[in-house]
Design a protein around this ligand. Structure first.
Ligand code: GDP
Ligand code: IMO
Ligand code: MG
Length: 425
């Protein structure tokens, strides 16, 4: 029994949902610790696709309990839509979903400010957010004026906090963004409905998860986004507003770092990024378009086309370092079936200098050119392969090259969106 953290090692959309679902099948708990409905985690079971944004990817396994931790920012509208979607698919969540009373709420003004502030920026400065209100909600949390699930359940406190916030946000919306004013009564009415709907799921999840750890239960912790989108360690300011890296799991759930046994870094066999910001191995040519088409690289939350490029091992090494990744799950290997030649980035060239670290300053990161190593493609369909030894030798070489370069074992190899198509090495 163990505590396993699953993190995205790149810029998100690495296939975390698929691997969390697979490992969550046999887990007592699956818990989310950060982010919100900006995430889009896709799971395919026997051909049926589910996309989850807020509810942990363990919810599709009938014996697994799911926790939305204190570090997550919860949009009640998105949550209700997701619960409805699960009901329509006959997935029983009774007694299986728990929401931290300490989690912060996404309010209508967070979404309005998110979109309005993006609109005011230029093409160069816009972050390309998902528009889900994430940044403004975490802003309020850090600024100590956020509204928590606890507050939602106390009418007087909720009204008082809402009044203060609406006053302040109306002033921002009016003066900075020239946007229409918010009506407090409308929000009060809408959110009092959420109180009734959410109340049955609210729990002291910090206590719950620590009890489970002490009882040696099997716990999977599900990261959203990815290490390079981390607000501290990513390509700031082109990042999200939380800590998707492993450390975020401790604060976002209230668990001690000493209890984490394993960290799986979900790594796409190439790289994608949605939204703006530096991307050293991005391919703006036909190869990039091919990766996008073969990999169906369109966002699960916003439908935006994802930017594509070769696997960046220099960035992966950095991600392994800051997350303490003990195992890699390599996903979407099948997308590379179509290429004669596959490249990986082993270091960067910055001016005349070759560097093998990930620069903190995006002005420097924007200037690097990737130093690429070429490997031979396998040009074969991988369907039905269920062991490492049965993979074409060129695919085995690709995997071994990544393992040797990073010093981390690749324990899972994913060759299709479906739960069943995963090789365990
Ligand atoms: P997440 O945000 O990390 O959970 O990833 P997303 O769900 O946003 O994006 C990953 C996409 O790749 C989804 O459409 C998955 O169904 C799909 N996917 C996951 N693993 C594989 C794989 O091994 N091969 C292929 N072809 N698709 C995969
Ligand atoms: P999953 O969990 C990929 C990106 C946005 C934008 C930046 C900030 O599915 O991997 P935000 O709305 O968070 O303020 O946007 O972060 N982004 C993601 N990119 N996958 C995600 O989640 C993402 N969540 C946010 O595109 O560049
Ligand atoms: Mg996603």
């Amino acid at each position: 029994m163990s505590v396993t953290v699953i993190v995205g090692s790149q810029w998100g959309d690495e296939g975390k949902g698929k691997i969390v679902d697979l490992l969550g099948k046999d887990a007592h708990y699956v818990a989310r610790y950060q982010g919100g409905a900006n995430a889009g985690h896709t799971i395919v079971i026997e051909g049926v696709q589910y996309i989850l944004h807020l509810i942990p990817s363990g919810i599709l396994s009938p014996n697994t309990k799911c926790i939305i931790g204190n570090g997550v920012v919860i949009d009640p509208i998105a949550l209700m839509e997701e619960i409805k979607m699960l009901k329509q698919n006959n997935i029983d969540i009774t007694g299986r979903l728990f929401i931290s009373e300490k989690a912060h709420l996404i309010m209508p003004y967070h979404k309005l400010i998110d979109s309005a502030s993006e609109k005011q920026k230029s093409d160069k400065t816009a972050i390309g957010t998902t528009g889900r209100g994430i940044g403004p909600a975490y802003n309020d949390k850090i600024n100590r004026c956020g509204i928590r699930i606890l507050d939602l359940m106390d009418k007087a406190i909720f009204e008082e906090k809402l009044k203060q916030n609406v006053k302040e946000k109306n002033s921002i919306l009016g003066s900075l963004f020239n946007s229409p004013q918010l009506d407090i009564n409308h929000i009060l009415e809408e959110y009092s409905k959420f109180d009734d709907l959410i109340r049955p799921f609210v729990a002291n999840t910090t206590l719950m998860i620590n009890e489970a750890i002490n009882n040696n239960e099997n716990i999977i912790i599900e990261g959203a986004q990815g290490a390079l989108l981390d607000v501290d360690h990513g390509t700031y300011p082109f990042v999200t507003s939380s800590n998707p890296t492993t450390g975020g799991a401790c604060t976002g759930l209230g668990i001690p770092p000493t209890k984490i046994n394993k960290v799986i870094g979900i790594t796409k066999a190439y790289t994608t990024r949605v939204g703006n910001g530096p991307f050293p191995t991005e391919l703006l040519d036909e190869t990039g378009t091919n990766l996008q088409q073969f990999g169906h690289e369109f966002g699960a939350t916003t439908g935006r086309a994802r930017r594509c490029g070769w696997l960046d091992l220099n960035a992966l090494k950095y991600s392994i370092m800051i997350n303490g990744i003990t195992d890699i799950a390599l996903t979407k290997l099948d997308v590379l079936n179509h290429f004669d030649e596959i490249k990986v980035c082993v270091s960067y060239k910055l001016g005349e200098e070759e560097i093998n670290y990930f620069p903190s300053d995006i002005k420097r990161l924007e200037k690097v050119t990737p130093i690429l190593k070429s490997l031979k493609g396998w040009k074969k369909d991988l369907s039905g392969i269920n062991s490492f030894e049965k993979l074409p030798i060129e695919a085995q070489d690709y995997i071994s090259f990544i393992e040797n370069f990073t010093g981390v074992k690749i324990t899972y190899i994913s060759i299709s969106p479906d739960r069943k198509d995963t090789i365990i090495k």
